[in-house]
Design a protein around this ligand. Structure first.
Ligand SMILES: Cc1cc2nc3c(=O)[nH]c(=O)nc-3n(C[C@H](O)[C@H](O)[C@H](O)COP(=O)(O)OP(=O)(O)OC[C@H]3O[C@@H](n4cnc5c(N)ncnc54)[C@H](O)[C@@H]3O)c2cc1C
Length: 415
């Protein structure tokens, strides 16, 4: 069979949020690229489907019309806040925004990735500067010269020649390992599982996402994220070193919890599971990595950028896509694709994300003290001011810094 050859200055491998954002930000700047994915869209991605305020803000940055289209989409359920369940089972509902205020906009959404990723991919397909190739897994890499890399599928049936490659091919990216030297480290990796349900009782009327910090899953949590039409994304995630140490079978633990826990059993009594429980890895951004090299950059999960406390990765994937687009453009202008030049991308990534990632790592460490977490939640259920402080903390980085200070806990304890 004849080899299909693509030639483009930039090749983006992977069309999840990171890859699509890279392509769309490049196109916005008037730069052409090739976007390749091994799947044909629409395709699913195992995920909690939560689109945080950060993800929505990034969409808005890409194009305000995208944020509006998300708000109008029947597939996306607005989420006005979060419900925390502490290790001692105390429940705390924290609205992020008062939805009854005039012009109030939902801070986040829950939307199935089958829909959301296809929504982004459609924007790429419609753009004249983005050439899309689906059903092509690019696994081979060769640096031909200072301004040429050759990528191929397994059988050599498809070949791509580009000046620069952006690997946005997710948590299992072969190139993140082989070229970036990023290997999954259990302390910086989470094992996650997810299933869809319908008919779960007791979901919050304002679509609050539920995070249950139960001892079975610490450091990590069990979640119920409400979706449109009475469905919910139900899952659990736990740091991989603890999964190994405690010999946890996540799937079994989650199904047992749903069937046996006195509160959850009632809520799931009439619920129906709609698919298999499926698992996937979450590479955390709790450690800095090298995310570029000669003629390539890594973006999204391939660059290990997931928030270590919340497990959110979509917002950072979109943000890394913006920075990868900026640095691809700079490299084209300078005609310089060397590792030394592209180091600027690493700096830009961590300038933008490290403060938040480091803070989330501190919060993840807090989960080693479940009693402290329970105490804060106990106090907050009875104290409106503390509830508002926590609401601000979850949406405002500067206020969140308070959580690092021992004085905050003393105030909570004696305030
Ligand atoms: C159980 C679980 C729950 C999660 N919940 C949330 C949540 O609620 N909110 C949140 O923000 N984040 C969540 N995350 C994290 C989030 O899913 C990821 O951070 C996000 O998908 C990263 O986007 P990406 O574009 O980097 O990678 P992906 O979305 O993984 O996209 C990678 C793409 O690359 C393609 N690809 C792979 N290899 C090749 C190849 N060789 N050639 C061509 N194409 C290739 C794949 O087909 C895929 O389309 C969760 C993750 C898990 C596992």
């Amino acid at each position: 069979m004849k080899t299909v050859l693509y030639k483009n200055q930039i090749c983006i491998v992977g069309a999840g949020p990171a890859g699509c954002a890279t392509a769309l930000f490049l196109a916005k700047a008037g730069v052409a690229c090739l976007l390749v994915d091994k799947a044909r869209f629409p395709r699913d991605k195992i995920c909690g489907d939560g689109l945080s305020g950060w993800s929505v803000a990034m969409l808005n940055r890409l194009a305000p019309e995208l944020k509006e289209a998300l708000a109008a989409a029947p597939a996306a359920l607005p989420s006005w806040g979060a419900r925390f369940v502490a290790p001692n089972r105390q429940v705390l509902d924290v609205p992020f925004v008062d939805r009854h205020l005039p012009q109030a906009q939902p801070p986040g959404y829950v939307a199935p990735r089958l829909w959301f990723d296809n929504f982004l991919m459609e924007q790429c397909k419609q753009h004249p500067l983005i050439e899309v190739a689906e059903g092509v897994a690019l696994v081979k890499w060769e640096r031909v010269s200072a301004d040429c890399v050759r990528l191929q599928d397994e059988k050599g049936l498809v070949e791509v020649e580009a000046k620069l490659a952006v690997f946005a091919n997710g948590a299992h990216s072969q190139q993140a390992k082989a070229l970036g030297g990023i290997h999954a480290e259990k302390r910086h990796y989470v094992a996650g599982i997810r299933a869809y349900y319908e008919g779960v009782q007791g979901l919050h009327p304002d679509g609050h996402i539920e995070l249950h910090f139960l001892k079975e899953f610490l450091p990590g949590y069990f979640w119920i994220f409400p979706l449109p039409d009475g469905r919910a994304n139900v899952g659990a995630g736990m740091r991989s070193d603890m999964v190994a140490k405690k010999k946890v079978n996540l799937r079994k633990s989650m199904l047992e919890l749903i069937a046996q826990d006195p509160q959850l059993r009632e809520r799931f009594r009439h619920a129906r599971r709609l698919d298999e429980v499926k698992g996937f890895g979450l590479p955390l951004g709790s450690k800095k990595r090298g995310v570029s090299g000669d003629n390539f950059m890594l973006a999204g999960d391939a660059a290990s950028l997931i928030d270590p406390f919340t497990g959110e990765g979509i917002g950072n994937a979109l943000a890394s896509g913006e920075l990868a687009a900026q640095w691809a453009q700079k490299a084209l202008e300078a005609q310089n694709y060397t590792a030394a030049f592209l180091k600027g991308y690493d700096t830009a990534i961590y300038n933008r994300l490290w403060k938040e990632l480091r803070l989330s790592k501190t919060l993840q460490d807090l989960l080693n003290y479940p009693w402290l977490f329970s105490m804060v939640v106990n106090k907050a259920t009875a104290n409106e001011t503390l509830r508002q402080t926590i609401s601000c903390m979850l949406t405002d980085m500067d206020v969140r810094q308070q959580l690092k200070k021992p004085s905050f806990y003393l105030k909570v304890l004696f305030g």
